[in-house]
Design a protein around this ligand. Structure first.
Ligand code: PLP
Length: 329
């Protein structure tokens, strides 16, 4: 094949960073699937190709755009949220390009690489000890604290802001539908805020009622407990089974999942490493988790010919110091 100026599809010049968010490619995990003897087609939705490196670019822009349209944000205003890193990074980058300031509350288990990126972006950081999140009311308390400490700030509230799942309903879901020509049988995602699975899942199920939505949730050894406050975790995703409804993020649609499968951090990390070494895809541990679950599904005889789309939420470069690709220092 010859590549020339004539064969390159034209692309409009982006007015700014936000014009380049979304329309991420689906990438076949060809070598990975072949090495495991899988005949099902596993496709990764490459959210790490977003301009700031994660799926959160979409919702950060969705939330900021919505606030701007409602007249809630003026240049110089402060944007505040509780984040495990990626939403903060995306909000801070978009804020930089639009003249806002940012401040984030994040756990002290946040990957050091994410902290450094947030610092480089100029975000103000408030560090919360991981043990605080053992309290079932932790998020509610932290939210109240953030509101009290930042009077007049715009609280992005990724956990409850409807612009989050709406963005996935309007973009992520339709992109997957378009790019598979409707040939998708299963969607696999994790739940942080629940925005991705609820928004994209709802769009795809409306198009194809028989489509299955499967959630990859962390196994018991991969969530903090009183005995082990700092286990290896799958950054950004939480348990949804056996959690009281009022403790789940408001943006998580509890009716969306057909099945929830557990994956431990060690398996998610190993899968992230396999994707890097076998298909050259540098993704984070939550992508390892969705692909590990997609693999278990692909092994089922009834899904041998299925097309399974796994969300690959972010870039592995955010976890170089987090014990995913190398032992922790
Ligand atoms: C790395 C990573 N993976 C997955 C997710 C889950 O996405 P969502 O918040 O849409 O449920 C998040 C979000 O917190 C994340 O940061």
């Amino acid at each position: 094949m010859t590549i020339s100026a004539d064969t390159i599809a034209p692309r409009a010049i982006a007015r700014d960073l936000t014009d380049t968010i979304g329309s991420t490619p689906l990438i076949a995990l060809g070598n990975y699937a072949a090495a495991r003897g899988l005949s099902a087609r596993i496709l990764g939705k490459a959210e790490f190709t977003n301009p700031v490196g994660s799926v959160k670019d979409r919702i950060a822009w969705g939330i900021i755009r919505d606030a701007e349209e409602q007249g809630l944000l003026q240049r110089g205003d402060l944007i505040v949220d509780i984040t495990s890193g990626n939403t903060g990074i995306a909000l801070a980058a978009i804020a930089a390009s639009r003249g806002y300031r940012t401040k984030f509350y994040l756990g002290d288990n946040t990957s050091p690489d994410k902290r450094r990126i947030l610092e480089a972006l100029g975000a103000e950081l408030v560090t919360i000890p991981n043990s605080f999140f053992l309290d079932p009311d932790a998020l509610e308390k932290l939210f109240a604290q953030a509101e009290a400490e930042n009077e007049g700030a715009f609280i992005a509230n990724q956990l409850g802001n409807p612009a989050n799942p709406r963005t996935h309903y309007e973009t992520t879901g339709p992109e997957i539908w378009r790019d598979t020509d409707g040939e998708i049988d299963v969607l696999v995602a994790g739940v942080g805020t629940g925005g991705t699975v609820s928004g994209a899942g709802r769009f795809l199920k409306e198009k194809k009622p028989g489509l299955r939505v499967v959630i990859a949730e962390p196994g018991d050894a991969s969530v903090p407990t009183e005995e082990d406050e700092y286990p290896d975790e799958i950054d950004g995703v939480h348990k949804v089974l056996d959690i009281e409804e009022e403790r789940l993020p408001p943006n998580y649609d509890t009716s969306i999942a057909d099945e929830v499968l557990q994956v431990e951090a060690a398996d998610a990390y190993a899968t992230a490493r396999a994707l890097l070494r076998e298909d050259g895809l540098f993704v984070g541990p939550s992508a390892g988790a969705t692909v590990w679950v997609a693999t278990r599904l692909a092994e089922r005889p009834e899904l041998a010919d299925a097309t399974i789309v796994a969300i690959l939420p972010d870039t592995g470069e955010r976890y170089l110091s987090a014990g995913v690709f190398f032992p922790k220092a």
